[in-house]
Design a protein around this ligand. Sequence first.
Ligand SMILES: NC(=O)c1ccc[n+]([C@@H]2O[C@H](COP(=O)([O-])OP(=O)(O)OC[C@H]3O[C@@H](n4cnc5c(N)ncnc54)[C@H](O)[C@@H]3O)[C@@H](O)[C@H]2O)c1
Length: 423
Amino acid sequence: MRISVVGGGYVGLVSSVCLAELEHSIKLIEVDENKVKAINSGIPPIYEKGLDEHLLLHAGRDLYATNSYEDLASSDLTLICVGTPAGKDGSADLSIVESASVSIGKALRRKEDYHVVAVKSTVPPGTTESLVMSEVLRHSCKSINEIGFAMNPEFLREGLALQDFMRPDRIVIGSSDERAGDIVESSYKGIDAPVLRTGITAAEMIKYASNSFLATKISFSNEIGNICKKLGVDVYEVMRGVGMDHRISPHFLNAGVGFGGSCFPKDVSALIRLAENMDLDPILLKSVLEVNDRQPTKIVELLIKRKGDIKGNRVAILGLAFKNDTDDVRESRAELVIKELVRRGASIAAYDPKANASMQKRIPDIEYCESASDALTDADACLVLTEWPEFGELDKEFDLMRSRVIIDGRRVLSCKNSEGICW
Ligand SMILES: NC(=O)c1ccc[n+]([C@@H]2O[C@H](COP(=O)([O-])OP(=O)(O)OC[C@H]3O[C@@H](n4cnc5c(N)ncnc54)[C@H](O)[C@@H]3O)[C@@H](O)[C@H]2O)c1
């Protein structure tokens, strides 16, 4: 199948590479000229495990990137994978989805055969029909009989994105009619996973409900962790026992410094705004964000409790990415913690195996180190904020510190004398 993918970020690029693996021919439309060049020369503009070798196999063969919508009409299916960041009031900012829909509509004016537009971006329930469908049909001057629409939410996790795309728990396809849904489903031929066919709005809501539920599990574990710390009980032992109940499952029960990333914070926040706009008061979802916002403050408070005034202290920050195995620092807890420590007069020596460069764009004026040892040298304290497995191997490197105050926000350390945020 000839597939055009609009947006070459984490979701768009990973989807393009995986769909090329499934023997489709991919045209990737991306506005950022530097990303287009990098992709066409086989170099991923983002870090994602395995992406480099797989992109190299397909770039210039069955995967071409371009910044023009010109060739979109020669595909059979278009996947919208552009960003839906949080707007100022916390609702989803749909301006990129809107401008992409306008461009897709204009490009489809010349198309003679049936075409399907599917949304993979996470969009609030109602968006595909009220915004994407209406803009595409208006600008293409076509009817719903000539262009079909679908919502096909993406559930991949950064760090495990290729594996999650190729071996998903489920494929959800909400469509305007059966024909549109069938075409989206056939693009997944070769992937062994249950397919759930729904209405478009239900598919949009499945994505928001899934992310909100996972975020709720994390905030719940953090709340239990904060109580456990006061009780002197190990929250990891507790949650191991809790997660053995098959109704609960052991996943996403890790207490720590909270969730970040480009999805959970903005998606929970967008769902809250959506509910409020319908005169509902989603108190549970609001608490999920409130607990999450408090965890970074807690790790700073713990540090102050141990060190007193931290003005002039050198604090080693291990981990900047919002999770391990990615260079993505969007909504990373590290950014909040670093800004608070700088405000209190500490100097920061930061190290992340992959995310130094992305954090440097957001916080340029702190020290970025080439290794954990460099960051720890002469440090007055150390905070661990990302669960990179290599931090679990650190041991004698902590002897390089001026004073051995080590606070683990992710339960990754195995060295002696570290204190956990909730344990
Ligand atoms: N990152 C994830 O782990 C993940 C997982 C599931 C779902 N999602 C959802 O998928 C969507 C995309 O997320 P992402 O992380 O890939 O975002 P991203 O910001 O990494 O990528 C979006 C890309 O779209 C490009 N773009 C912007 N405007 C464009 C336009 N008009 N035409 C073509 N390209 C354009 C940008 O330059 C960027 O490269 C979001 O709605 C997100 O919530 C993300």
